[in-house]
Design a protein around this ligand. Sequence first.
Ligand code: FCB
Length: 470
Amino acid sequence: MDPTATLSPVDDSSRHGPLDDLPTGFRWGVATSAYQIEGAVAEDGRTPSIWDTFCRVPGAVAGGDIGDAACDHYHRMPEDVALMRDLAVDTYRFSVAWPRVQPGGRGPANPAGLAFYDRLVDELLGNGIDPWVTLYHWDLPQELEDAGGWPVRETAYRFADYALLVFDRLSDRVRTWTTLNEPWCSAMLGYAYGAHAPGRRDFAASMHAVHHLLLAHGLATQRMRAAAPGPVDLGITLNMGTAEPATDSDLDAAAARRSDGLGTRLYLDPLRRGRYPADVLADLERRGIRLPVEPGDLEIISAPIDVLGVNYYMGHLFSGVDEDGRTVDAAGNPVVRAIPRGLPRTAMDWEIFPQGLTDLLTRVARDYPGVPMVVTESGAAFDDAPDATGYVADEDRTAYHAAHIAAVARACRDGADVRGYFAWSLLDNFEWAYGYDKRFGIVRVDYDTQVRTPKRSALWYRDTIRRLRG
Ligand code: FCB
């Protein structure tokens, strides 16, 4: 299907609520990340990241999938930028692969690696698209994991050095920089649950990783601020949901508090208030865990930011009681159990709960005021059924985005300062431990031919952007 063809505008606003409350200048974007789309993992000096290693662990990734080729974006970048232009987006959020720019995670920049992002930025600007850089979307150089990874303090300093290499090269043209994508996932999925690279299962190590990730963010933020050649917007992207008690029992209230503590406040409190939440520290202490905080760390972590990226996919109810009526688990820790609301689900089995995005944005605006937010990821995987031409009439994904954009508009009406919405994702891509099977793209990728075909959701997104921009 011709991506420039005009699809009759679908006015979903009547179903999902008015969009007039979105502020003028609202940014419309799409997001991706390096390992999920680039491929070319051994080209131009790139060395392995923890994901290259993890993908080769039998059973770690569905179908044994690996990112070696992914969407071949490294070679098809100009075509992908042209696609974004045709979809009328004004911002592209992408991540830089650390092992491409600084192989091995130490030492000087690799000119060939940096040159790719240099070309990407120029291509974007030449097409009227604003580049939004994420410095770390989970592809830690393997050598740094071998030296201890995020549970080790040294990794934070390595990150700040790497950040400066990229910043020095691109900050003359890139205004917006986010340090980390979703440190909760890096720490918890990577070091506590073993579901993501590097696949460790050590809760204490994951808590040390949290502190060093936040320290890395703060160090890089301070150094970029000091080195900025002009105005820049610096920030971080967190994944957050909503955590409400399933009933009004004290046990459920405690479960919701614990989930909110470890999922949201453990990050936002040090970033925005310069201290870790006392209840979370006390819970950790009961488990014999102390965060490795050194004098001065919290001042670094709470360095001023200009934008907070919010990634939202779901919100949960919580119970402090398991299916068998127990209130402590086998390890002796209080039960924190997510309870489904009984809503329709995506192919990830995630409940579709747009109101949670409104609730989250208004809550962050209330509890952590003073920084504008941008929804840096929102989207859904569904089991797409392409027609013979590769076109996917994805009503489900279209409705998902429509409902979540309307949810942002409601948050704005309620006073939250939200300045953009980025669809996850531009392309179907390597969905981490789920491999290529779960498709989040508004553009279909045929992995045999690498042909890109905008889905109905992409055309709807384009028409919605054009309509709202006037
Ligand atoms: C987020 C990640 C992104 C993608 C989506 C579905 O947690 O940042 O890379 O996997 O989930």
